[in-house]
Design a protein. Structure first.
Length: 224
């Protein structure tokens, strides 16, 4: 008797940046969950529909460019994605995918909202250029690839339990996992899926630990 592998759908389309979906898929492939991974999007064999999500375990929204243009492409999928997660699905959002999990605008999956980390008081980064940012990931220092990622602002009394996984140096939330209906949401502002090529291509020094272990931890926090 064979057991069906959990299906992970990774969005690939105009609301993502070059290489971002592939890096997220690679991270999922390295996890312990033995995912069957497929890309979903307007030019993919699998389209982002209620039926496609109905047989999936995880939906991943990778990084990309700016929130406004991405939201114009993704807003028609808002109710479909919310229905998937509230019904027991898992949402993973990386950088822009984290922004899109927020409410203004976004899928409204969080007990709060998102904002630009670089605009926050005491931010260690002031530019939208690619760089390395150090976060406290479960209390340990972890350098991660970063490019204008979000921070996550929680309501004073969140309606759902929140697991804060990482904080930026100024204390703002850099990664979290939370419940949404019967499902679960995991979001991160930096890019733990970034491999050494991301750093090299941006002219950055590759850290000893690129963050893959942190990305795998985020997946586990969503799948628990």
């Amino acid at each position: 008797m064979t057991t069906r592998r959990p299906l992970a759908l990774v969005y690939r389309g105009g609301a993502t940046g070059p290489g971002c979906p592939e890096s997220v898929a690679s991270l999922l492939r390295r996890s312990r969950w033995n995912f069957d991974i497929h890309y979903v999007g307007p030019r993919e064999e699998v389209k982002l529909t209620r039926a496609a999500l109905g047989v999936a375990t995880v939906y991943a929204q990778p990084g990309g460019a700016t929130l406004g243009p991405a939201w114009r492409r993704m807003r028609r999928h808002r109710d479909t994605i919310r229905g998937f997660v509230s019904g027991g699905g898992r949402y993973l959002g990386f950088c822009l995918g984290g922004y899109l999990a927020g409410a203004t605008p976004g899928f409204d999956l969080l007990p709060g909202d998102t904002d630009q980390y670089i605009a926050s008081a005491g931010a260690a980064v002031a530019s939208t250029d690619a760089t390395t940012v150090e976060v406290r990931w479960r209390g340990y220092r972890q350098p991660l690839y970063f490019q204008d990622g979000p921070m996550f602002e929680l309501n004073a009394a969140p309606a759902a339990p929140v697991e804060v996984i990482a904080n930026y140096a100024n204390g703002q939330v850099a990664a979290l996992a939370t419940d949404f209906g019967s499902g679960r949401v995991g979001v991160v502002g930096p890019h733990p899926e970034a491999d050494a090529d991301w750093f090299a291509d941006s002219g950055l020094r590759t850290p000893e630990s690129t963050g893959v272990a942190a990305g795998l931890d985020l997946i586990d926090a969503v799948m628990c």
